[in-house]
Design a protein around this ligand. Structure first.
Ligand code: PMP
Length: 458
């Protein structure tokens, strides 16, 4: 089909995730055709450097033939095996056992979902089962962070704290609550670590009190680095302090590592930066690097055995999906894990250090208020007044301009609103490619600066 025919069919039929339906009909799709390493080629033959790894998921990069082979072999031999009724596949069992070795502490039990949203939704259901199992069903409230993102199922969208996911959706649900974000750049107490950490701990304690005390609160969820909320990187020590506060209050501490897992911030899991062991952890994206859908929830031995022991013999724990532990996704997960463990994590750390250096230099740009990163996860925050940290007004249309200019200059990134450029390149990015990525972003920033309206606003 020609690009024009495909575009017309897209406008007529395909509903895109988290998109403006009006814009989609007006502008049509950008159709991607192939990828190799960190590079994508679109249907018109344009070559684009993917600074966002698809949707922060293609951590191993495109065209990894070992992953393709693993998927092909599994698909040819056994494309599907249910996990219901005691069935299993070799790839799913092997992946579960290998992940148990590499996940923090005693997170030895894993339930496989199809992506991050249903991993979070599954976690919320397991938490409910757990509180019933231990005889504390009144512990039902769950607390997340402002600017948090936890997927777009009903429960995940409610735990999320981004306006687009709440609008006309009747969420948050009655048992879902939020405390303030530990974003150092915009925190009223920021940017120093100690007051931000103290504020978060106080917020959590106050929220628990407001909800009637710990006997009414089940869990606290957080992303170790807030992703879709604009790549907010909490100060060092924050995760440990929140973990300790939850332990003190007898609240489950759940980390959502859907973005931060699998080397995105350096180590395999972001919790490892501080040696923190959560009670539960959700992952997706880098688990299969986007080569096929899969997510997972890990739970501690204690949680697992409490639910098991409270369930009468022969009675099912009523949670699962047709594609839980899908054997092809699991085979991909194994091949991807091999790549992480054989040099890819190290490469991500090396290129991540270089990315940090290049981003630090961008702080001098007239439009840049903050530039930050941890490993291969970064953001550039645009302001029209550096001292006052003024966000660009919507009327400047920066979000749309960024997407258009970036594409023209051959670089893909994510624009969050009109002020944040998000970066999450594949971990296979070389140092030279890291420079190309940063050079192109600087070009994009300069084109923005040449815009009459934007220049007048600063
Ligand atoms: N949790 C976090 C932290 C995420 O970033 C995302 C997706 N960006 C999700 C959950 C939902 O994952 P999915 O889109 O695979 O359903």
């Amino acid at each position: 089909m020609t690009p024009e025919t495909l575009a017309a069919l897209d406008r007529a039929h395909l509903i895109h995730p988290v998109s403006s339906w009006r814009d989609q009909e007006e502008y049509g799709p950008r159709i991607l055709q192939s990828g190799q390493g960190a590079w994508l080629t679109d249907i018109e033959g344009n070559k684009l450097l993917d600074g966002f790894a698809g949707l922060w998921c293609v951590n191993v990069g495109y065209g990894q033939q070992k992953v393709v082979q693993a998927a092909t072999e599994q698909m040819a031999r056994l494309p599907y095996a249910t996990g219901y009724f005691g069935f299993a596949s070799e790839s799913a069992i092997t992946l579960a056992s290998r992940l148990a070795v590499v996940t923090p502490g005693d997170l030895n039990r894993v339930f496989f979902s199809q992506g991050g949203s249903d991993a979070v939704d599954s976690a919320l259901r397991f938490i409910r089962f757990y509180q019933h199992a231990r005889g504390t069903p009144e512990k039902r409230h769950v607390i997340g962070l402002a600017r948090g993102y936890h997927g777009s199922t009903y429960t995940g969208a409610g735990l999320t704290a981004l306006a687009a996911f709440h609008r006309d959706a009747d969420v948050p649900l009655a048992w879902q609550h939020h405390i303030s974000s530990p974003d150092p750049y915009r925190h009223p107490e920021g940017p120093d670590a100690a007051p931000i950490i103290a504020a978060s701990v106080a917020d959590l304690r106050n929220k628990v009190t407001e909800l009637g005390g710990p006997e009414h609160v089940a869990a606290f969820f957080c992303e170790p680095v807030q992703g879709s909320g604009g790549v907010a990187i909490p100060p060092k020590g924050w995760l440990t302090a929140m973990r300790n506060t939850c332990r003190e209050l007898d609240i489950l501490f759940v980390t959502d590592e859907v973005i931060t897992g699998f080397g995105r911030t350096g180590p395999l899991f972001a919790c490892e930066h501080e040696g923190v062991v959560p009670d539960m952890m959700t992952v997706a994206k880098g688990l299969t690097s986007g080569y096929a859908p899969m997510g997972a929830v890990f739970m501690s031995e204690g949680m697992y055995s409490t639910i098991r022991d409270a369930t009468p013999p022969g009675i099912a724990v009523g949670h699962g999906m047709t594609y839980s532990a899908h054997p092809v996704s699991a085979a991909i997960g194994l091949a991807v894990l091999d790549l992480y463990q054989n040099g890819l994590l190290d490469n991500g750390v090396t290129s991540g250090n270089h990315l940090a250096t290049r981003l630090a230099a961008m702080k001098d740009h007239p439009l840049v208020g903050d530039a930050r990163s941890i490993g291969m996860l970064g953001a550039i925050e645009l302001v029209t007044d550096k001292a006052a940290k003024t966000k660009p007004t919507a009327s400047l249309g920066i979000s749309k301009k960024l997407a258009r200019i970036g594409y023209e200059k051959g670089v893909l990134f994510r624009a969050f609103g009109d002020d944040i450029i998000g970066l999450a390149p594949p971990l296979c990015l070389t140092l030279e490619e890291t420079d190309i990525l940063c050079d192109r972003i600087e070009i994009v920033l300069n084109v923005l600066l040449d815009d009459k309206d934007i220049a007048a606003a600063i």
